[in-house]
Design a binder for this molecule. Structure first.
Ligand code: FAQ
Length: 320
């Protein structure tokens, strides 16, 4: 049997580490940690950071077409926030001893994963409402839990990120609410956006727990506080009432309230579609990576200038 990385760790240190987790201690960058804990965090945090950065593309596409100055300002601020989220999380990942350039290369060469949701197109203005309401709404449900993660730098980044995501969600819900109460065409546009973004939003929580290879370890080490299914259910429970409040219909004929559990039962996710998109064959995967590669190439001069400036400052400081 191949030993698991945890089994190769010093059992005494591992037991001490797990006792700290059980006590609810926060693990900080210079603390001892099992190699597998570090690797899981780098995997999850880098995927998360890539998601924030790629996640700017579907909405960035609408900044020039926002219907008013107020909407343009909100959308600009939101997209800029997502860039900031990517940066905090890349910085957090770097505290685990990994080089950000390496992580970015993995994104650009197509070997890294990022959230499947960002491989769907934004066809109308209502999609901007649906993303704020549903995608940021799902992100808040997931990330509020991660704000209690055992790794300090990740948990602290999530506190600020969740505050900003709340603003994102509100502006999205406001767009959907106004469109839904507007002309028949606007209402149809809002319903169409909900129809297209509902199922991909549920996919954001990942596969069922039974099919999630990482959840066991992440839960045991307090990185995740809840499983994928429980968080997905929480999101559905919260969102059904919101859809009703703005007179939109969730596109799921199996949606029904289960009086016994208090939950909204929902239909099965199309897992073939999920895995197809995760593996690179969604509607916009190629477009998204092409855009990121171009942005990286176009930004080469900024990186060179920053390095030259840093070298100049270091030279000046050394002679001072
Ligand atoms: N898309 O074993 P699990 C946002 C992969 S931020 C793509 O269950 P885990 C803000 C998974 O990586 C959105 N891949 O994995 C915003 C794993 O692959 P690996 C991002 C997915 O880690 C709003 C494999 O499947 N949020 O939206 C997905 O335990 C608007 C097996 O899955 C985060 O990243 C997926 N949906 O649980 C920005 C939050 N689901 O690495 C712009 C942090 C699963 O073994 C605009 N991450 N996979 O090859 C998490 O909470 C977790 O990583 C999960 C997945 C829940 C995403």
């Amino acid at each position: 049997m191949t030993p698991t990385p945890a089994a190769t760790e010093d059992p005494k240190r591992l037991a001490e580490f797990e006792a700290r987790i059980a006590r609810g201690d926060t693990i900080e960058p210079k603390d001892w940690m099992p190699e597998k804990y570090r690797r899981q965090l780098i995997r999850m945090m880098s995927q998360h950071a890539h998601s924030e950065v790629v996640g700017m593309l579907p909405e960035g596409n609408w900044i020039t077409r926002a219907p008013s100055l107020r909407r343009k300002m909100s959308l600009l601020a939101k997209v800029q926030d997502e860039a900031g989220h990517g940066l905090y999380i890349y910085c957090g990942a770097e505290t685990l001893g990994v080089d950000r350039h390496e992580l970015v290369s993995q994104l650009l060469n197509g070997t890294a994963k990022y959230a499947s949701i960002f491989n769907y197109p934004t066809l109308t203005w209502a999609d901007i409402g649906a993303i704020g309401w549903l995608v940021d709404g799902a992100a808040i449900v997931n990330q509020t839990m991660l704000a209690k993660a055992s790794y300090g730098p990740y948990a602290r980044a999530m506190v600020r990120i969740c505050k900003e995501e709340n603003f994102h969600k509100r502006q999205g819900f406001e767009i959907m609410s106004l469109l839904s109460a507007g002309t028949p065409e606007q209402r149809a546009m809002a319903q169409d956006a909900l129809d297209r973004w509902w199922w991909p939003s549920l996919m954001m929580f990942g596969p069922h727990d039974k099919d999630s290879p990482n959840s066991g370890e992440l839960l045991r080490w307090g990185i995740k506080q809840k499983g994928n299914d429980e968080l997905r259910q929480r999101f559905v429970n919260l969102t059904v009432g919101q859809a009703k409040a703005i007179n939109l219909t969730i596109p799921d004929p199996k949606l029904r309230h289960d009086a016994e559990t208090g939950n909204w039962a929902f239909g099965e996710i199309d897992w073939d579609e999920f895995w197809r998109v995760v593996k690179g064959d969604g509607q916009c995967n190629r477009e998204r990576l092409t855009a990121r590669r171009k942005a990286h190439a176009d930004g080469a001069w900024v990186r060179e200038a920053a390095e030259a400036h840093a070298a100049k400052r270091a030279r000046l400081e050394s002679v001072a």
